[in-house]
Design a protein around this ligand. Structure first.
Ligand SMILES: Cc1ncc(COP(=O)(O)O)c(C=O)c1O
Length: 367
């Protein structure tokens, strides 16, 4: 009998979209031991693992300062708060992204702008390193410099990727990332970090992270958040960082196999010259006229999950409808929202399983 069919129902065995259990198996007891250590020393907030992780992330990324925090959204928000971004300010960001990019802007009272808009003071641009690959940071830096904007890189999906030989974390004023469990470097809960070479900004971020604390703990000098990464998550991330490079290499192998198997039937992602990707998602574009729901259903019937990142661009979502977009809308973002679909992608996707996905995609497209 076909090994992918269960005896009971003759249904194809379901494939996970992201296999966190396989990673847990590989990590063995190391994470359990790291967590046990935290349980023993009881420094659940700002424990030694937090400082150690920040030092390791700085060494890994090349950034001079790393401030860990509670999530990728807080990472974005804290930098905007530190720079005093607020009402009347415009922050330029893409619309085809996870909502947190624009949400962090809106939470400060500033306007996320999906196009240049008169009447607002231009302050910052947030490029997004979407799906694991770096944005074109040199091109963005040139525009930002000419316009007097600071750059906050949203690398929530791409920590570990590089741009022109530099790891993400050193472009612009600051870089924000997320350690959400499904991210290439994920913890076992929520977490994030900010990378910067600006010592003054790093000090402000450390204050914002704890309610805007000043040197006198009970004299808060600015508005802040409860924005810390907890010690347990730091301990887990220290263990995961040890296998991260290896996992990135495995993700790249998976991406190469997809490109070889699918490159002539769908539009597969391409790496820009000088860029590497950590393949947070493997997102393809379906041929024009394909019924995407039907395609997803055909794969699901074969036990293969898919996801749509993102079925609605930000400017098409209820909360962001009133923010400025170009006359005539954002046709590129809207077209992407209509025809993208993401396939299972993780470091533990073995070749036979991936062949099964490739065959199912080709057959759903009649190829
Ligand atoms: C592009 C982007 N920005 C920001 C975030 C927010 O990260 P978090 O979920 O850790 O708040 C995410 C993650 O979900 C993301 O994909």
């Amino acid at each position: 009998m076909n090994q992918h069919l269960t005896n009971q129902h003759l249904r194809p065995e379901p494939i996970p979209f992201i296999d966190l259990a396989a990673q847990r198996r590989r990590l063995g007891k190391s994470v359990d031991e790291a967590v046990s250590k935290v349980l023993a020393h009881c420094q659940f907030i700002n424990g030694p693992e937090v400082t150690q992780l920040e030092a390791e992330l700085a060494a890994y990324s090349g950034a001079q300062h790393v401030v860990t925090c509670a999530s990728g959204t807080d990472a974005l928000l804290m930098v905007l708060m530190a720079k005093g971004v607020g009402r009347g300010d415009a922050v330029f960001c893409p619309s085809f992204t996870f909502c947190a990019t624009g949400e962090a802007v809106a939470l400060t009272g500033a306007t996320p702008v999906f196009v240049i808009k008169a009447g607002l003071k231009p302050r910052a641009v947030i490029p997004v390193d979407l799906f694991g690959q770096s944005a074109d940071h040199d091109a963005i830096a040139a525009i930002a410099e000419a316009e007097g904007l600071f750059v906050l890189d949203d690398a929530a999906q791409a920590f570990g990727a590089s741009y022109k030989g530099r790891r993400l974390g050193t472009s612009g004023l600051a870089t924000a990332t997320s350690f959400f469990p499904a991210k290439p470097l994920g913890c076992f809960g929520d977490g994030g970090a900010i990378f910067t070479d600006d010592a003054e900004l790093a000090a402000t971020l450390r204050s914002i992270r704890v309610h805007g604390q000043g040197s006198d703990k009970y004299d808060n000098v600015r508005l802040g958040l409860t924005g810390r990464l907890d010690t347990m998550q730091a301990a887990i991330l220290i263990e995961k960082l040890k296998i991260f490079e290896d996992e990135i290499a495995a993700r790249n192998l998976v991406a190469e196999r997809y490109a070889r198997g699918l490159g002539n039937v769908v539009s597969v992602p391409r790496l820009a010259s000088g860029c590497t990707s950590v393949w947070a998602q493997y997102t393809i574009r379906l041929p024009e006229g394909t019924d995407r729901d039907g395609f997803a259903a055909a794969l699901k019937a074969q036990g293969i999950p898919t996801a749509i990142y993102y079925p609605k661009s930000m400017h098409q979502q209820t909360a962001y409808r009133d923010y400025p977009v170009a006359d005539g809308g954002l046709p590129v973002s809207e077209a992407l929202s209509d025809d993208v679909i993401s396939l299972p992608m993780h470091a533990y996707l073995d070749e036979p399983t991936q062949e099964r996905i490739i065959r199912a995609v080709r057959s759903a497209l009649g190829k």
